[in-house]
Design a protein around this ligand. Sequence first.
Ligand code: PAF
Length: 284
Amino acid sequence: MKTVTTVAAVREQVRAWRAQGLRIAFVPTMGNLHAGHISLLAAARHRGDRVIASIFVNPLQFGPGEDFGRYPRTLEADRKLLEDAHCDLLFAPTVEELYGDNGSQRTLVSVRGLSEILCGEFRPGHFDGVATVVAKLFGIVAPDVAVFGEKDFQQFMVIRLMVRDLAMPVEVVGAPTVRAPDGLALSSRNGYLSAAERARAPAMHQALLAAVQKLADGERDYAAIQREGWQALERAGMKPDYFAIRSALDLSAADTHSHELVVLTAARLGGARLIDNLRVSVPR
Ligand code: PAF
């Protein structure tokens, strides 16, 4: 695996691969890689002849007081994992390489509406930061296909909508959430949990499973199911931001005509903000 840090070096390699008629698959990450990321690499491998990963802790998607400063940066360990996962090229730019000095990035990509609900309500500007960096990375890497984890379901929807609205020639593919044996969705932020908090964290997955079971059983009192989910998180010592049943097609409020649903939640546990979701098709 080759590691490059400049836009010019990525473009040169991509040009060479394209000249050979190779299909490029891309996995953008913020590093601190775990089995969830490796599953994205595997999905990319299936869809492209060459796989490019990026590692960039994107300051634009962190709000004031969030964890940009302490977000784990583990480049050497990540490089080893990427090599083992048969990644062909790692792009690991500095903030200056991507955004220039003194915040000279003037252009922001904003997917209106979808970016302001759910996590967007609690992290204003977050999805603009995500959409902007992903648009920029797509402009640099020019991939045929890009793979994103469905654990960040709202992020996945934001990116899909951005690609559609801006007619970007990239196929956006979602890969299923990878979980620890006790159900906790893998996330770099799980590392912020103490041992006692880590033991309580699977309650989030259990609350989602309980909600999905009720929906699958035909219960339609969404408000009651959401309230029970919220209370289950609180009983586990979490401070929920939301526990919401939405249409899986566009994250709009679910009504009795919606059949493809997603239950999404975010909550604080100690120093970590955990998010997770489960999809369910309900009987017509
Ligand atoms: O999901 C992430 O790791 C990040 O939000 C992404 C997509 C790499 C953009 O910085």
